[in-house]
Design a protein around this ligand. Structure first.
Ligand code: ATP
Ligand code: MG
Length: 717
């Protein structure tokens, strides 16, 4: 057991050891909010008569929940069994599982992830004969989720215009379909958990008595329904500690409400307020940059943040030739960092959108640098994994239409789209599942002999798998299913790296299943639990979590984390701030908060990169540096480009460009050159050699550019 208060400053110590009651800890990034939360829990357990059973802690990701539990147990020196730690979604799921009857759900209800949800909505749009060009399923999905985040069911909504009417029609049909199939989407988890407590007084009383302490991290990103749930659960007796930072609210686009912070202060009684102003994470330069950027936002609650650590290294700005060059630069710097004795997992590459990761991944793979991705193409979202899971789902429940549609012809087994349409229509007309429909359709010979036989063998296969896996452990079962379904052969026959990766992922699934075993205390089977976790986890972590790899993630998923070395890439107009943010008021401010989150993830060194030209989604664009870069004071940021060499032509400060390489090409750094299109300029950098050589020229009128030597046709002057 460690001394809980010793490693805290005074403000933190007071918050940790405060007398029981409601608390709001509002403070900037890296000021130790999460640390206070963890120590508060440990302190309560040590110094009051509360047991782990009486505590619920809410984190923003499942990974954060696991870490929080680990840290609490580490501080305490004993396991904190019975404590509920999880995301709002995870905790809601747990409640619904425990009280499925009161929640009016079937025992084996199943979580519908956003992919499945979209598939179902598409199907309904088609069935309802709604014009999917005017009302794209994706938009409807978005709209339905937004309603649920606000706590609204279809029955609560009144539609006056045709647009809302169409959406509402789908929402009603969707609610019905979910109820029939026992599906619960992410928004539904929260909504239903709220209704469960609201409508069942005995349960509400029970949980109010049980959870005397409720602690919520990243409170600024709670949405309406989460807040309502918390409010309900706390009642007048539960003590809530809310921890957050209004400057880090980055999920407004998904319904999060910064206003919940003010509402908390108004609605909860005697809220004790703590400010933390000392940042323990970052160097002075990093903090100066972060503060300067966020100052451009208005409507802030206003906080101070300072550090005692010195200025550290300045930030570095790298202007890349294109996205390839950017990736190349990042990988090279990471390799240097690792060569200097650092671990790879101390570096993170942060980007605005998932699509940016591919080029970075390729560069990392090319250079043999292990990496892993948070979010994005999430492990459990990957096609091959979802297929394998669908087979597992069918083993538990044949009436799982979504799973059935997913794999009925994967791998191909001669069941065409037409056959599936017939089965689907039959199911709809008779209000039965597709599995039942298949039986009927076969029995009544509604199909050609060939199609009928194909269906029969598919059904056979599922039954066989069910039998064959009866006595197996979950891992063995997964392995068996991957074999028997033909998925393994299917990907083995495909060529290329992608197929190889798919096979690797399938083996990874078997390893992931190994952690699940029968547990007498758990009411559900390991398979059921595994499937639920897979849906909930949404791949925040991959199975190789503990290996030493560079971390790739979107800025959004970096919230709450910290890394000694951080690269923010693609800091370009249109990309970041995202071009979508131009249309909506408030969105630019949210993008700026996202930038603040990104900068404040860095502890020692931050690189900001942008590319002069970028190929993304198959289009080439020339965006120019983001305005956020201009908001960083020049004293704390230095360009990696070799501008300094313009005045000191013979020295090359960075190992990145070399005088020898320039010599090889018959050019000298600092030399004046002429380009057909851009005119005259000074050669400021060279990279690579032979056909790959690229040069950087600072043109008199066009500014600095990277050019491929081979095509540039530069003439020495
Ligand atoms: P964010 O807003 O990004 O979530 P946070 O406010 O939750 O940040 P923490 O992650 O709790 O901040 O702390 C940031 C870092 O500072 C951590 O490495 C933490 O261990 C360290 N730290 C916090 N308080 C202290 C302290 N009093 N002494 C030394 N280190 C501290
Ligand atoms: Mg935190």
């Amino acid at each position: 057991m460690t001394d809980l208060l010793a490693s805290l400053n005074e403000a933190q110590r007071e918050a940790v050891a405060a007398t029981p009651g409601n608390q709001l800890i509002l403070a900037g990034a890296g000021s130790g909010k999460t640390r206070v939360l963890v120590h508060r829990i440990a302190w309560l357990l040590q110094n009051t008569d509360i047991t782990p059973h009486g505590i619920m802690a809410v984190t923003f990701t499942n990974k954060a929940a696991r870490e929080m539990r680990e840290r609490i147990e580490e501080v305490l020196g004993f396991p904190a069994r019975g404590m509920w730690v999880g995301t709002f979604h995870g905790l809601a799921h747990r409640l619904l599982k425990a009280h499925f009857k009161d929640a009016k759900l079937p025992e084996s209800f199943q979580i519908l992830d956003s992919d499945d949800q979209l598939r179902l909505i598409k199907k309904l749009v088609k069935q309802l004969n709604i014009d999917d060009e005017r009302f794209p399923a994706k938009d409807i999905q978005w709209w339905i989720s937004a309603q649920k985040d606000e706590g609204l069911r279809a029955a609560h909504i009144e539609a006056y215009d045709p647009h809302t009417q169409a959406q509402l029609t789908v929402y009603s049909a969707y609610e019905e379909a979910c109820l029939r199939g026992g599906f619960v989407d992410f928004g539904e988890l929260l909504l239903r958990a709220h209704e469960l407590l609201r409508d069942n007084q005995h349960l509400l009383e029970h949980y109010r008595q049980r959870f005397q302490y409720l602690l919520v991290d990243e409170f600024q990103d709670t949405n309406t329904i989460q807040y309502a749930w918390l409010r309900l659960l706390a009642g007048e007796t539960g003590a809530v500690t809310a921890v957050g930072d209004d400057d880090q609210s980055i999920y407004g686009w998904r319904g999060a409400k910064i206003e919940n912070i003010q509402q908390f202060e108004q609605e909860f009684s005697n809220v004790r307020r703590t400010k933390l102003e000392q940042n323990y994470r970052s160097t002075g330069s990093i903090l100066t940059a972060a503060n300067a950027v966020i100052e451009n936002n208005t409507d802030r609650l206003g906080k101070e943040l300072r550090t005692d650590s010195g200025p550290g290294e300045p930030l570095s700005l790298y202007t890349a030739f294109n996205e390839q060059d950017e990736a190349h630069f990042v990988v090279e710097r990471i390799q240097q960092w690792v060569d200097n004795g650092h671990r790879r997992d101390s570096c993170a590459i942060l980007y605005r959108s998932n699509a940016q990761s591919r080029v970075l991944e390729e560069a990392l793979i090319r250079n043999g640098v292990p990496y892993r991705i948070y979010g994005g193409q999430r492990f459990y979202d990957r096609l091959e994994i979802k297929n394998a899971l669908a087979y597992l789902r069918l083993i538990i429940g044949r009436n799982d239409d979504t799973a059935l549609e997913r794999v009925i012809n994967v791998p191909t087994r001669g069941i065409g789209g037409k056959t599936v349409d017939i089965v689907r229509d039959f199911a709809r007309d008779h209000g039965c599942s597709m599995w039942e429909a298949m039986q009927q359709v076969i029995q009544h010979k509604l199909l050609t002999a060939r199609a009928g036989n194909a269906l029969i063998s598919f059904m056979h296969l599922i039954d066989q798998m069910d039998e064959a896996t009866d006595d197996l452990t979950l891992a063995e079962m997964a392995e068996q299913v991957i074999e028997m379904s033909g998925l393994k052969d299917h990907h083995m026959k495909e060529k290329g790296e992608k197929a190889q990766a798919r096979l690797e992922n399938l083996s990874e699934l078997v390893s992931a299943a190994k952690v699940y075993d029968y547990d007498d205390e758990e009411p559900t089977s390991p398979l059921r639990q595994f499937l639920d976790d897979a849906a909930l986890d949404a791949g925040e972590q991959q199975a190789d979590e503990h290996s030493d790899s560079v971390q790739l993630m979107t800025l959004h998923s970096a919230k709450g984390l910290e890394f000694p070395l951080v690269f923010m890439v693609g800091v370009e107009k249109n990309l970041f701030p995202h071009k979508m943010s131009f249309d909506e008021p408030g969105r630019l401010a949210e993008e700026r908060r996202l930038c603040y989150v990104g900068i404040t993830r860095a502890m020692e060194k931050l690189y900001i990169c942008y590319a002069e030209s970028r190929r993304l989604h198959g289009k080439e664009s020339f965006n120019g540096p983001s305005n956020f870069i201009k908001e960083i004071p020049s004293e704390v940021i230095q360009e990696v480009r070799l501008r300094t060499e313009i005045t000191r032509p013979t020295t090359v400060a960075s190992g990145y460009a070399s005088q020898e390489a320039a010599n090889d090409l018959g050019l000298k750094i600092g030399q004046r050159v002429f380009h057909q299109k851009f005119g005259e300029g000074v050669l400021t950098g060279v990279e690579g050699s032979g056909g790959n050589a690229r040069v950087q020229v600072n043109f008199d009128y066009e500014g600095s550019k990277w050019l491929v030597m081979q095509y540039a046709n530069l003439r020495p002057m």
